[in-house]
Design a protein around this ligand. Structure first.
Ligand code: BTN
Length: 249
């Protein structure tokens, strides 16, 4: 990866880019920076190879040397960060790679039904650390449910160009007002039945809407209305058929 080909923006200035050839986890490196005294947003930690990447809910995030785009950045803690990030990834994939990406609420980005990017958001002191793992130039992936930019477009892509565009789009989405309207346009499951895995078990229901706080609102199997914030859902699956018993629709 050629760090000189990554463009900064007014928040993510080039002197706040930290590039590593090999790192256990960009997310852990970003945490260390804050623990060691960094107090300003705008730092971007990029690794050409990450060998102990972490996903949400203690999942492992594996990435391939020189092929994946793995980075973490430090930003202010503001509302709707996961929605702003997911939207920025989808817009970047569309603009830079011509891909119609969908947001699989809350934190996955999929293309043609397969995961292309995962997002991990954590906080440290008064700052947020956002980790993004995107499959870019992989031609083979270990999971059937995963895909890459190259697999979808058939041509290699520039990780530097994707990262540069993402940072500038994210920066403008930090202050965008109609975030949820934009997110709804990219949702992968309007008018579908969904299954949400939470810490307390699985809830199935009919998707009704995404609320203004980024929460998913569903009509559950028993007919009641329930909502879950992005941080409360471990995973969300679409159900192809209304497997619901007991709904009166
Ligand atoms: C998920 O899908 O569960 C989220 C995956 C997030 C992976 C990224 S890769 C860059 C950053 N560093 C990490 O250790 N994890 C995130």
């Amino acid at each position: 990866m050629d760090v000189d080909r990554i463009y900064g923006s007014s928040l993510f200035t080039k002197e706040k880019f930290l590039f590593y050839k090999r790192l256990p986890s960009t997310q852990d490196r970003a945490k260390e920076l804050i623990k060691n005294g960094v107090r300003r947003p705008g730092y971007v930690i990029v690794a050409d190879e990450q060998y102990r990447g972490r996903g949400r809910f203690r999942r492992v995030w594996s990435s391939r040397k020189g092929e994946s785009l793995t980075f973490s950045f430090i930003t202010e803690k503001i509302p709707l960060l996961s929605m702003r990030t997911a939207l920025s990834v989808a817009e970047t994939l569309e603009e830079e790679c011509g891909l119609r990406a969908e947001i699989e609420w809350p934190n996955d980005i999929v293309v043609n039904g397969r995961k292309i990017c995962g997002i991990l958001i954590e906080t440290e002191r008064n700052l947020a650390i956002i980790g993004v793992g995107m499959n870019v130039n992989e031609t083979v992936l270990p999971l059937e449910s995963a895909t890459s930019v190259r697999i979808e477009t058939g041509i290699p892509a520039s990780r530097e160009a994707i990262l540069s565009l993402f940072l500038s789009i994210f920066e403008s989405n930090l202050t965008r007002e109609n975030i949820m309207d934009c997110v709804r346009e990219y949702l992968s499951f309007m008018d579908r039945y969904v299954e949400i895995e939470t810490e307390n078990g699985v809830v199935r229901g009919e998707f009704i809407n995404l609320g203004e706080d980024g929460e998913i609102i569903i009509r559950t199997e028993s007919g009641s209305i329930a909502s879950f914030l992005p941080g409360e859902a471990k995973r969300m699956h679409k159900l192809t058929a209304p497997l619901l018993a007991g709904t009166d629709r």
